[in-house]
Design a protein around this ligand. Structure first.
Ligand code: GRF
Length: 202
């Protein structure tokens, strides 16, 4: 059974996609053991509560010092015996200590076709605004392993999404978000099938 911990900051629709994937049986042999939020008001916490998934808020208010914050996140993940960490709408860049602690076992979902429109400053609606400003005919979503860089780790899955005439940031974001949910479920299935993920804590 793959023990998945999900890091969130906002609405949690990607967390919901994992929950739905497991509950529908599309994702087998996996359970979400913990949700860690960087935001005490994240609706993702409501989703966790509704599905009886343990959650913890580890934010700047509680841990102003970023090293202490990182240590608190690692401890929570270790305590939950996490096999795979999923960044799902998580709005903080991981410290090297965190990447080290779970190297090869952290994945992220990004709302563009990496290596386009990614890296520092490219998150949420800003990604889609840049895609529209560039006038490209298609965007997409990518699931990748997390390394020390920002959106730079090995790609696991990505899928194209058309940019349509008259698209706004909102309409493009909504279309890409649907694809995010789909490939996030598929990527977790792929990882389970490949059994490339280490077991237990560290
Ligand atoms: C979305 O913009 C998504 O592209 C990115 O994080 C944002 C919120 O995701 N991955 P969620 O609804 O909180 O999962």
């Amino acid at each position: 059974m793959l023990r998945i911990s999900v890091l969130v900051s906002g609405g949690g629709t990607n967390l919901q996609a994992i929950i739905d994937g497991i509950e529908s049986g599309f994702i087998q042999e996996a359970e979400i053991v913990l949700v860690v939020s960087s935001n005490p008001n994240a609706y993702a916490l409501e989703r966790a509560k509704k599905h009886k998934i343990p959650s913890v808020v580890i934010d700047k208010a509680k841990y102003p010092d970023k090293d202490a914050r990182t240590k608190a996140i690692i401890s929570a993940l270790d305590l939950a015996k996490t096999d795979l960490v999923v960044l799902a709408g998580y709005m903080s860049i991981l410290e090297p200590e965190m990447v080290d602690a779970y190297r090869g076992r952290i994945i992220n979902i990004h709302p563009s076709l990496i290596p386009q429109f990614c890296g520092v400053g490219f998150y949420g609606k800003r990604v889609h605004a840049a895609v529209l400003a560039a006038g490209v005919p298609e965007s997409g979503a990518t699931v990748h392993y997390v390394d020390e860089g920002v959106d730079t780790g090995p790609i696991i899955l990505q899928e194209k999404v058309p940019v349509l005439e008259g698209d706004t940031v909102e309409t493009l974001a909504a279309r890409v978000l649907e694809t995010e949910h789909k490939i996030l479920q598929e990527a977790i299935r792929k990882i389970i099938a490949s059994k490339h993920v280490g077991k237990g804590g560290r």
